[in-house]
Design a protein around this ligand. Sequence first.
Ligand SMILES: Cc1ncc(C[n+]2csc(CCOP(=O)(O)OP(=O)(O)O)c2C)c(N)n1
Length: 337
Amino acid sequence: MQELSIRLPEVPDIAPLDTFDADLLSLMYRQMVLIRQFELKVNELFLQGIMPGTIHLSLGQEACVVGACMALEADDVITLTHRGHGQALAKGISADALMAELFGKETGCCRGKGGSLHVGDMSVGALPALAIVGASSPIAAGMAFAFKRRETGQVALNFFGEGTANKGDWHEALNLAAVWKLPVIFLCENNLYGVSTHISEVMAIEYVAERAAAYGMPGSTIYGNDPIIVFQTVMDAAKRARSGAGPTLIECLTYRRGGHKRDDPGAYRPREEVEAWFKTDPIPAFRARLLRDERFSPTALDALDEAAAATIDAAVDFALASDAPALTTALDFVYAD
Ligand SMILES: Cc1ncc(C[n+]2csc(CCOP(=O)(O)OP(=O)(O)O)c2C)c(N)n1
């Protein structure tokens, strides 16, 4: 068996932000804070026994999803994973619609029929999540195939975890996407663990992106706790996809702050690894980086924090006040018309 090796974060040199538009940076910060606060609230409600269902949180992975989604156009499409709350909010699903979905209410983004594991909304380009690990990669390639055939100029972005990269359907998707030069981006949120299994126990290579070469597409492993690095890498990949040059594999190194799901304290993770990664928490790091730029002040960023908190409180009120779907709608959307 492969020996478990501790992987500590390597934080790259951070470039100055002055070439970036202040509105874009504010939005990036606001989105990351919104996702963080959304999930902290969901966790709190879950522990109080108010929030039903099982919940996979993406606390700590906010920079990956915000950087990636902000690099896409509104009509580009993402596929979501079981850890999809951040992906959904980053692509434009409202906190109201997402919270209501988690409560199984008819005002939810899937009309209360999906729950946490199946969130999405095609009106904002977020394909409802599939809980079957790996199943969304061929679907992303399929959507990209349609975009190419119809010459729409759209791009599909497939979110997945590093554990998923060991599944057969994932490999088939990458192969076909490369052979047919499909406009798809495969974006791995590598948080080092598939449930409790460390990457070094299931992969004999160090990085998922090394596999790109085997399929004939570019691949890169980047620091995933900085939204600007992710944003720029996905922008390049999207440009390449739109130009007809084909797919790209991007691996974002990140870490989940909690366990795999709510009943998992994550005790299998070495303390040294946890402590090192927790120090790289993307939100305080990005905040500190913004504050080194004279266009941002603590007061302005505090105001964004407060606005996000108000949005989440309103989302909880909205969800609790909404009705459950009527029993008569149980079979709606099960079959195509
Ligand atoms: C085909 C399939 N096998 C097993 C599972 C159970 N399962 C759910 S999430 C998960 C781990 C996925 O790990 P990774 O792809 O790294 O994503 P992460 O949970 O780290 O975000 C597993 C094994 C599943 N949902 N689908």
